[in-house]
Design a protein around this ligand. Structure first.
Ligand code: ZN
Length: 368
């Protein structure tokens, strides 16, 4: 059988997706089933999505916004339907002016149900370093909850069609870092790693590395939409290499896989004939392949295991006692003969699938 970098990718691995949604986004309503499709059977490459950490976008989208109690309770109900969905509580410091009464009521009435907080400074139009966030961060510390912040562009971007994407006024990594420094015990995740690619993505890593060197905040990043327009994922690879070599040692525990599903190509009918599940599977395979191409086999397997699974497990589910699953991702060498034969079948199939999907991806229109 052909052995190349694709078939060496850790297939049949477990995945925790650190960034998902349910609810209204713009004119679209994403029902809970929008996430079920990723968790109710394996991905096309054999990977299994064990958890999606999700928030209610009806509490984020400004139009007819649901408040902290109503919207987050709805999210909790969704998570009861599908235990693979782990809920984040959306916080609205602009609307509450920093009054955390409702959020604390939510947490005390539903002990140990929410795995973290979600903030969207850009949608709220409230800069991430504003004092209205501070009470929420204190609550996060009290309940040991990581905080996922939408992060966005530090620099203007000129797109292919000549239009300009302006730097964000509210959600820049340095603004989130300012807040995180005031609450240095609280894990803070820069969603979208600062805004997708190039200098903006590396800015998020600059800030994370600065915080590591100075020891003054506890920052992470999720890689949703990073290098979304290309099969290759150069900024993810660069981020890994930079985090491997900090003065404090290997800090690749700070990167988390995430998708933002079911938004964009991961929702409803998908885009350009590619179904949401295909798009999700493609993304997983393409990120894994980029890592495989950039690192030796053992190192790549370890990085993949951390980014797709272990890092999020340690961050969000540390208290859950579970010893059976963590090492399943890469330890193929201990498979029984029977399992090995099954695994070989999967790998061969996945290699062919990858070529097919990659061809499809390349032939579709990419956004500008
Ligand atoms: Zn999101």
């Amino acid at each position: 059988m052909r052995v190349d970098s694709v078939s060496r990718v850790s297939f049949s691995g477990k995945i925790i997706d650190s960034h998902g949604h349910i609810g209204k986004w713009g004119s679209t309503m994403f029902e809970p089933e929008s996430l079920d499709i990723f968790t109710n059977s394996t991905l096309l490459n054999g990977d299994e999505v064990e958890k999606i950490i999700a928030s209610n976008s009806s509490c984020i989208d400004n139009e007819n916004i649901l408040d902290e109690l109503v919207g987050n309770k709805q999210m909790l109900e969704y998570s009861y339907r599908n235990p693979k969905i782990a809920p984040l509580a959306v916080c609205q410091p602009k609307l509450t002016k920093g009054d955390t009464t409702k959020i604390e009521q939510l947490l005390t009435e539903n002990q140990n149900k929410f795995v973290g907080f979600k903030f969207h400074p850009k949608c709220m139009e409230l800069p991430a370093d504003d004092a209205s966030y501070d009470n929420y961060m204190k609550l996060a510390k009290k309940y040991k909850l990581p905080c996922l912040f939408h992060s966005d562009k530090t620099y203007d971007v000129v797109y292919g069609d000549g239009s300009i994407g302006q730097r964000c006024e509210y959600s820049r990594p340095e603004q989130i870092y300012s807040l995180a420094k005031r609450h240095s015990d609280v894990p803070v995740i820069l969603a979208h790693m600062g805004g997708n690619e190039g200098d903006n993505a590396q800015k998020a890593i600059d800030v994370i590395i600065e915080s590591i060197e100075k020891g003054d905040a506890n920052l992470y990043a999720d890689i949703s939409w990073v290098n979304a327009d290309t099969v290759d994922k150069p900024d993810i690879v660069k981020a890994i290499k930079r985090l491997q070599n900090t003065s404090k040692g290997d800090k690749t525990d700070r990167l988390l896989f995430g998708t933002d599903a079911p938004l964009g190509e991961f929702g409803h009918g998908g885009i350009n004939g590619v179904s949401p599940k295909e798009a999700y599977s493609n993304l997983v395979v393409n990120i894994k392949k980029s890592i495989k191409d950039a690192f030796n086999e053992q190192e790549a397997d370890e990085i993949i295991d951390k980014i797709f699974y272990k890092n999020a497990k340690n961050l969000f589910f540390k208290d859950l006692n579970d010893t059976s699953e963590v090492s399943k991702n890469v330890k193929k060498s201990v498979l029984s003969l029977k399992n090995a034969a099954i695994a070989l079948g999967i790998v061969g199939l996945a290699g062919a699938m990858y070529k097919f999907l990659n061809h499809k991806f390349a032939s579709q229109n990419k956004k500008g």
